[in-house]
Design a protein around this ligand. Sequence first.
Ligand code: HGA
Length: 605
Amino acid sequence: MCGIVGAVAQRNIVPVLVEGLRRLEYRGYDSCGVAVMHRGELRRARSVSRVSALDAEVHDSHLDGTCGIAHTRWATHGAPVTANAHPILSRDGIALVHNGIIENYEALREMLRAKGYEFVSQTDTEVIAHLVHSLYRGDLFETVCDAMKQLHGAYAIAVLHGDQPHTVVGARQGSPLVVGVGNGENYLASDALALTGSTDRFAFLEEGDVVEITPESVKIVDREGLHVEREVRVVEAYGGAVELGPYRHFMQKEIFEQPRAITDTIAQANRFDPQLFGAGAANALSEIDSVLIIGCGTSCYAGLTAKYWLESVAKIPTQVEIASEYRYRESVPNPKSLVLVISQSGETADTLAALKHAQSLGHTHTLAICNVATSAIMRLTELSFLTHAGTEIGVASTKAFTTQLVSLFMLAVTLGKLRGHVEATQEAVFLAQLRHLPFALNSVLALEPQIIAWAEEFSRKDHALFLGRGLHYPIALEGALKLKEISYIHAEAYPAGELKHGPLALVTEAMPVVTVAPNDTLLEKLKSNMQEVRARGGELYVFADADTRIVNEAGIHVIRMPEHYGLLSPILHVAPLQLLAYHTACARGTDVDKPRNLAKSVTVE
Ligand code: HGA
């Protein structure tokens, strides 16, 4: 969420900054801006439009410089207007960009007002800029170290001072910041992805670190103020991640990348071995007696699906919690429980805080399922599993979700084996099904033309209901979430058996009811629920497995899925729901990859 880029070099770095913003734009697109030292003078350009507009502006105004910072914003404090766009200045001497939230900004603002500082934005960020200015005694690095002691909350910052034209100072506390190491030039960014093409060498800052970069040097102190070295690692280039190729949107590209992403994620598994989850996993997983899954949004729905697998395959009691609820409620910790955190970015603030909360309650067995190897969550847990979805740019998660699901399925079977509930022959069947899954998914994705026809009809609706049962109820939830996120159609999901307990009152001929219909043991029950909808004139749109004998008839529209795929069926059934949401959004003309009010990688609470 939000994006920071900083650079110092002996050449014009404005193109590096703007390209970095272009790569981070999916993380926040309320506004963007850049500030550089331009011939000894601090200059800034900001736009409430997209990075392409900022690019045109810096080009037209011939803005160049060898030292600068840039930002793309997802507003938390203050509307998405130019006055609140970063970089924020303090008395023309300081320019600052910020990710995160300063929780004590009101008290600091009063203190700084009393010192004569005038506030021209509604952001919490402005207090940091003025605080740094007020503390400055000639050394920006020392000043930022002092300022950090007064800031409460989670944040990452990058700062310039007009008196130090070859220096950028950064700091992190709760939000990610990396140092990119180049030849005769150095960089800062909130994600290494921003610097693709400029460097592949990165030092990942730790909580509380402050860093100073110049063209020739990188200096870091830790939260105690002690000089430290942070290991410089070579991070593989992100390749074509930010290139669209033949697709219209990243979301569409990522939906179609799912077979490949799943293949890469399961490549590590020749058998269901605890080692898949880290060196100490055999011991840790045999000590646990239950699982507590924590996540937000789509990751939470992956967890809900996993609950069915963990309880049916591994026979282990499993609870699923929304991270922002868990961290603030009084719970009864069970030290023998495995705390399983799921996050695409591994920087999701709510999930990270929930993990720390669990650890503070005495939970030692923790496992992260995450798509970014270098992320905070991966560093903090005892065990980890890396999904290989590749960079996900579309704000609405797709391939991250399905790779989380295959990882969770592998965990369920691994635990099932350890606990004596999965025999060798059953293990071989699961492995074969998993290996065949990418091919089965490809044939589901080939249903796109039929889904486009449905999407045209959905684009004229205001509401939709999604129904599923059992293992496919979380898939209905995910389908409804996708539709509301990107098409802005109000959508709700229910376990089909719940319909008669309330939501049936909403069903009229104007209410499309999307039904996830696998050929599992609940099929006959589901068919009865479908009849309840038809009896009230509701229009059913059913994704039905080939062997369900659900056919097209008045008020029942059917898209035929392949034969039932057993326990892995949710992974096939979610794909058409992703496509339905995608094509409905396209038909409504929304900004699919950058839906309103949202952003990727939610690093604020
Ligand atoms: N609080 C700052 C930065 C917001 C942010 O980091 N979003 O992800 C603002 O509102 O400008």
